[in-house]
Ligand binder design. Sequence first.
Ligand code: ASP
Length: 332
Amino acid sequence: MKKILMLGTGGTIASEKSPDGLTPELTPEQLLRAVPAIRTICEVDCLSLFSIDSTNITPAHWIDIARALRENYDSYDGFVISHGTDTMAYTAAALSYLVRGAKKPIILTGAQKPIGFDSTDSKTNLIDAFVCACSEKLHGVCIVFSGRVILGTRARKTFSKSFTAFSSINYPELAHLHDHRLLVFIEPDYLPAPVFCETLDEQVGLIKMIPGMDEALMDFLLARKDALVVECFGVGGLPNYADGKLFDTVARHTAAGRFLVMTTQVQNEGSDLAVYEVGHKLKSNPRVLEAYDMTSEAALAKIMWILGQTQNVQEVSCLFYTPVSHDILYRG
Ligand code: ASP
């Protein structure tokens, strides 16, 4: 039997009712006891890392998870991380960079309804997650949810209440599960040995463009951050009204060493700054990077990971456009 390590972090799956609303209470051992079928699939050890609503996740928690994976990597065949759904896509993206190229499956799962509720998706998702963690065909960080297997760099929570909470953005789903039987369509790549990293630059912000955006907000953020992810409209660009003040703001802060990552607030198909004049003129600035078909979650985690290693403009650009776990396919 395969040996799987389950890492508990909290979330709805482990929550119980309290007078103030749902709050994570259950340990991974208690979750397992509620689903005895898992013990027939594999041997499981448990590690409770923390027990929080994933609204409270910070990059420090991602590093804690990455460290636990490094410390236990050689002793197990695969890993299941139970996690809140709200920020699971961010954690999945971050872990894809912090634990690069793992051959062993690192499966994140959770639920929209707590395990103790009559109507819950917890049990199905947990069994599916363990089936995937035992698979020889799935590698690295994936989200397993509602019978779908989604690459960690490509996941997004797209439904706030339905059981089908996650979608795979600009990339096909890797596999499906029907009655806990796994059908793998795409086998992800892996490296001969995983590369672990435990450093992130947390000084990264994200701003969503709105019509009438004034430069003061961007100026405020860029003055305080090492990099800013900008969710533009459509294929991307910056408004050039008000005498192009937004462009001046970008020029000033990038000259002072900051980075901009241009992405789009449109969920599907990604950015292409070269298309319109409002985007094209940013292309010549080496400190303006373009996310293309990456998710915002992955772009944010990737720039945190890169700036944790280097601030050198050529190295940053080279790392950003080098695919990690199929995070970027289209590059202009
Ligand atoms: N607020 C919860 C969390 O992210 C939602 C969930 O787990 O579904 O921890």
